[in-house]
Design a protein around this ligand. Sequence first.
Ligand code: SF4
Length: 227
Amino acid sequence: MNGLEQLAIRAGQELEDSPAPEILRWAADTFGSRFCVTSSMADAVVAHLASRALPGVDVVFLDTGYHFPETIGTRDAVAAVMDVRVITLTPRQSVAEQDAAYGSQLHDRDPDLCCALRKVRPLEEGLARYDAWATGLRRDESPTRAHTPVVGWDARRGKVKIAPIARWTQQDVDAYVTEHGVLVNPLLMDGYASIGCAPCTRRTTAGEDARAGRWAGRGKTECGLHG
Ligand code: SF4
């Protein structure tokens, strides 16, 4: 176990019961500019929290080329009004180039490969300059996220992974958004509980968990970013 991994495991234990701002303050103090937030632009809650701990913090957004226009609009609004630096990562190939190489609609035929090309690889390359990254993962989103640590070790990338709102509920998120006037993607008011690429996202219905609308009917629940 290397020093960074030891640090992550210890912080995960010590900060388990700490409020999100305290977790992010620890991250800012420990990693400084080697720390970033990733955001899907469903909402800007973690970016907002992080900007208070580390003004001008890097907010990394993956532009897969398949996003809803509302998601791109949310990213642009976040960049315009928040004290953050939005960094947009793009895949090596445009959608047209990928279609030429693999055939069109790869997301329907092989979503794991499509996510690997358009999400996993660009994020891996984009995170290379950081030691720690924060996400908006929450334990109540789905069974696959139920054991998310507030600070853990991302063994695949050799980085500290921080989930400052892991213990939050949807009600906590809604309350924070209201209290601080945080930007949210308008699709959240249009029946989408979780927002990803347009071809792989549908609205959810009452009683479904938040991520039920992602890759619905395809036996896939995660894009591979958080495996
Ligand atoms: Fe491709 Fe769908 Fe994954 Fe987006 S979510 S990268 S469109 S498979």
